[in-house]
Design a protein around this ligand. Structure first.
Ligand code: NAD
Ligand code: 022
Ligand code: ZN
Length: 369
């Protein structure tokens, strides 16, 4: 079949909207009509050539929502007509990691997903007879895409696609980091570094889980009102305080935070986030993805005195199990999404979404097909 998609032909070039050829689903795969897709940080990162594993040409996009249109042989968990969210972190429920219940980093299709192909080693997309790579197993910048069955979460049918798509990455990552990774207890004091599409979701997750102080740190003063909108209690702009940021934050939280979250991807901020933790028990969760080759550092004394450094992918969420629950939270009004969707674009306008992100003018841009 044909599908309308935005292709990244090479790094640092705008996406091009073209008609691609798409092969139908093979065994264990499903064809999904994407109804809406969010533009997330790592799509831009790959397009900017900062991801050492970026493949071209490819159909980017990893945050979406849509409807199953066709299923391949052996597919049992979804059927045509089901509403789904694609998962860049799949959940096979059979590999060593899934059965361990200790991590969400399912390994069953990891190798092929990283190479931009389906589990059988081939791509379903092609343009003028040449294969086009899949991206993070999702390729949601296409009106139709093919996904492994284990990489789709079935969701309720009354959830609007143009909001539910954000649950495919940003919402689940931020809220999940608090609930699954930090396992934050009510009454905790937290600090969130970077109040973008991820940090704001950390804030609303912490509010939901009953945090006491929620301190937001951002170099952009426009983010103060954004943070407050979702439950931030204190705002600090590192450029506007006298002296050392860490000392300031430790004083503000009377000894340091119980949990801190890096939502910037900046390795200097990661160090600040660890050192702003409370002596003896504070935990710092790295969410931000740093540029290829960057390293983090601190004095080992920070860890010896009880601070804990952790990281999280997709908020520690097990996609097929946890994503439908987050959709329920949204539909029940426990979490908000609508105000964070600052721009709605057509596929033809997708490059504008990347510009808005680069200029810090959007929280989340969503493309509707
Ligand atoms: P964003 O660009 O919307 O937000 C980043 C924010 O950080 C901005 O408000 C910016 O002003 C602020 N900032 C920049 N430098 C700062 C500094 N030195 N101190 C304080 N604040 C600073 O980005 P986003 O979409 O929220 O994503 C944040 C990070 O999370 C990215 O690195 C992204 O790749 C990563 N991410 C990780 C996962 C995961 O599973 N681990 C999932 C999604 C996104
Ligand atoms: C999503 N991310 C950033 C913005 N939006 C993001 C990027 C990378 C990861 C998670 C979220 C991530 C963390 C750990 C891994 N990845 C490795 C997982 C593993 O090895 O099992 C990651 C993921 C997918 C891909 C690359 C790296 C990919 O499909 N290319 C989950
Ligand atoms: Zn993302």
């Amino acid at each position: 079949m044909k599908t309308r998609a935005a292709i990244a032909f090479e790094a640092k070039k705008p996406l091009e909207i073209v008609e691609l050829d798409l092969e139908g689903p093979k065994d264990g795969e499903v064809l999904v009509e994407i109804m809406a897709t969010g533009i997330c940080h790592t799509d831009a990162y790959t397009l900017d050539g900062l991801d050492s594993e970026g493949l071209f040409p490819s159909v980017l996009g990893h945050e979406g929502a849509g409807i199953v249109r066709e299923v391949g042989k052996g597919v049992t968990s979804v059927k045509p007509g089901d509403h789904v969210i694609p998962l860049y972190t799949p959940e096979c429920r059979q590999c060593k990691t899934c059965t361990s219940q200790k991590s969400n980093l399912c390994t069953s299709i990891r190798a092929t997903q990283g190479k931009g192909v389906m589990p059988d080693g081939t791509s379903r997309f092609s343009y003028k007879g040449q294969p086009v790579y899949h991206y993070m197993g999702c390729s949601t910048f296409s009106n139709f895409t093919v996904l492994p069955e284990i990489a789709v979460a079935k969701i309720r049918e009354d959830a609007p696609f143009d909001k539910a798509c954000y649950i495919g990455c940003g919402v689940t990552t931020g809220v999940g980091a608090v609930i699954n990774t930090a396992k934050m207890e009510p009454g905790a004091n937290i600090i969130v570094f970077g109040l973008g599409g991820i940090g704001l979701n950390v804030i609303q997750g912490a509010k939901l889980a009953g945090a006491n102080m929620i301190v937001g740190v951002d170099v952009n003063n426009d983010k103060k009102s954004w943070g407050e909108r979702f439950g931030m209690t204190h705002f600090v702009n590192p450029r506007e305080i006298d002296g050392d940021l860490v000392a300031h934050l430790v004083a503000l939280t009377e000894g340091g935070a119980d949990y801190t979250f890096d939502c910037t991807g900046n390795t200097d901020v990661m160090r600040q986030a660890l050192e702003a933790c409370h002596r003896g028990w504070g935990e710092s969760i790295i969410i931000g993805v740093a540029e290829a080759g960057k390293e983090i550092s601190t004095r080992p004394f920070q860890l010896v005195t009880g601070r804990v450094w952790k990281g999280t992918a997709f908020g520690g969420a097990r996609g097929r199990t946890d994503v439908p629950k987050i959709v329920d939270w949204y539909m029940d009004g426990k979490i908000e999404i609508d105000p964070m969707i600052t721009h709605v674009l057509s596929l033809e306008e997708i490059n504008k979404g990347f510009d808005l992100m680069h200029d810090g003018k959007s929280i989340r841009s969503v493309v509707v097909f």
